[in-house]
Write a protein that binds this ligand. Sequence first.
Ligand code: URA
Length: 449
Amino acid sequence: MLTAEIIRAKRDGRELDAAAIRRFVTGIADGSVGDEQIGAFAMAVYLNDMTTPERIALTEAIRDSGEVLDWTTLDLPGPVIDKHSTGGVGDVVSLILGPWVAACGAHVPMISGRGLGHTGGTLDKLEAIPGYDVTPDPARFRELVRDAGVAIIGQTGQLAPADKRFYAVRDVTATVESIPLIVASILGKKLACGLEALVMDVKTGNGAFMPTHAQSQALARAIATIATGAGTPTTALITDMEQVLAASAGNAVEVREALAVLRGEAADSRLYRVTRALAVEMLKAGRLAAADDEAGERLDRALASGGAAERFARMVAGLGGPHDIVEATDRHLPEAPVVRAVHAERAGRVAAMDTRALGMAVVELGGGRRVAGAAIDHAVGLSEIAALGEAVDGERPLAVIHARSEADFAAAAERVRRAVTLGEPGAPRPLIHEIIRPDDAPAGQGERS
Ligand code: URA
């Protein structure tokens, strides 16, 4: 089938077979399909959607467009599993979760990304640690996944190369917001890591990539269905992003908070609870625990014994960072020159938070990027961010701002004040809205959502 015929069929609302989809994706990777054809195809999918078999075929074709990691030769004693998040503000879960489940016997080859728009990126956070190398050679990566049980690194050009080009065209043709394309893009990259099981954290709320609950639910269901259909059993959790997840947002500030959780100093924070819920699902998905209680006990032991923190330390040292990051955190992480609280103009309780605006306040401080590839300031950000429902006054600030200059502090203070609404808080929102397990995911022949 000619490329133009594949596009025509999708344009006319016909179902494509797996061979046609694979041919198209192979053409994206080898350059034989032009940018204009990718754009037309993406728009046809955006307008006409894809059936479940088409979505599975697209995901598998993107996954197979480059190297697919194979862990079997290492004969690992535990399962190879991972988590992926759709991204949020103060979402430093990966830094805690990877080492934590590794300490329980899992192997986690986590390929992470950089900040995107208002959301932070795991790689940017890790690069706040001096010396941490997010692009080790493949042999080092494999060694760490085997020995430390976890390595968090950046995307390599060899994994799912079709996605990079496909996404770049979608970005400039108004076709990013399409569930089949998002699912294939996220999963194509993740499933190329050779996972036995995956847990997805799909955020919902005003700081999420998909802000409405209906959109997040559609995305979570599609991800669980398509990944499971493509041979990687996947559980999706819909978690709350109606406020900043951690009490901080930025790079070094979030690493500090993650380390506090790993040292067992932040039990019961929202960050801890969301991370633990994801970890429970990972242990079950990897058959390291049969039920929630068993998984929870195993996780509690790994945190209390220092095992999880030790895995983090091994990963950091193994990737070029300092050996004592857990004990001497402040010695290694950068600190901004201006660190000062911002208070509300009157006392009151936090009734609402524009989470996206707080993420953008971090970007404006220099902690994120306005253009791809720009340098970022790892020291800046927000800490001690007041939670929904919390009382603020002359004593309790809205947040502490970490800024490069007084002028940056003043601009960020204004942004933080505008982003927080004081008043009567509504009923507390659940942290975990829904869990969709592989068994709930319909096998789905030909349905469209
Ligand atoms: N993240 C991705 O990796 N791909 C998308 O299409 C959207 C978000």
